[in-house]
Structures are given as structure tokens and as C-alpha cells.
Ligand binder design. Structure first.
Ligand code: ILE
Length: 126
């Protein structure tokens, strides 16, 4: 896949805003984002916005975000996150849905997000 997540740290603390540090690679270049947010995923997406903008890639809008675990779940259960995005590029609007699965709920969402960026590249870039 052309767009890669190299490193990501999301920090949630009680009483402070969440913080995210993200490093991504695309077309032989590296970009880093550092942002706070209202929740870990918001912090991650704020960092991603800077990275996507630096790479001149469209920043999608989140439409829906669904988190599920298997019935009779345990705290070590796998988490599935399904995210729906709206992407605008040159007058064209698209809806995309991606899915991530990981035992860590924030990483499941991050996996879905990286898939979304690669789908956007597939649709809009050469
Ligand atoms: N604000 C939350 C978070 O950052 C959710 C994001 C609502 C989809 O984790």
C-alpha cells in the first residue's frame, strides 16, 4: 500500500486533552503530525489532517463510526471499527467505508483510517 503509518502514539489522560504523535510515509517522503483532541481518535485525526495536507491529499470528513466486539465479549476481545467517510476532490464527492480489527480499540480505528487514505489515493491519484 502506498500510504504507510510508521509510528503512532496516542495518549489519553484523565483531566487533560488527549495527545497524538503520528509519523507517515508516502512517495518516499516522511511527515509527522502532533496534535491534541477531544478524545484519542480526535487527537489522532487532528495529527493526520496536518500530515494529509502536507502530502496534498484530501482530508475526509467522518460521517459514521461504529465500534463492536463479539457477543459475550471479554476485555481482551478483538474490536471491529467501521468508519464511513465523505471525501471531496475537485467537485467530486464520494462516500467510503473502511474497517479495522485489533484488540486495541484505538488501533482498530487507526487501521480503518490508514485503509481509507489508501482508498482515496487509489481513487484520486494516478
Ligand atoms: N471523540 C471520540 C474520540 O476521539 C470519538 C471519535 C467520538 C470518533 O475518541
Amino acid at each position: 500500500l502506498p500510504f504507510k503509518l510508521l509510528h503512532c502514539s496516542v495518549n489519553s489522560t484523565y483531566g487533560f486533552k488527549s495527545l497524538a504523535v503520528v509519523r507517515c510515509a508516502y512517495q518516499g517522503q516522511m511527515q509527522e503530525g502532533y496534535a491534541k483532541g477531544d478524545g484519542g481518535y480526535d487527537a489522532f485525526m487532528n495529527a493526520m489532517k496536518d500530515i494529509l495536507t502536507a502530502f496534498d491529499l484530501p482530508v475526509p470528513q467522518l460521517i459514521d463510526y461504529i465500534v463492536t466486539i463479539p457477543p459475550g465479549g471479554r476485555t481482551d476481545a478483538l474490536v471491529q471499527t467501521i468508519i464511513t467517510w465523505q471525501v471531496q476532490r475537485g467537485g467530486d464527492t464520494k462516500m467510503l467505508t473502511t474497517r479495522g480489527v485489533d484488540s486495541d480499540q484505538i488501533m482498530a480505528a487507526i487501521e480503518a483510517t490508514v485503509k481509507m487514505v489508501n482508498l482515496i489515493i487509489q481513487h484520486y491519484e494516478r
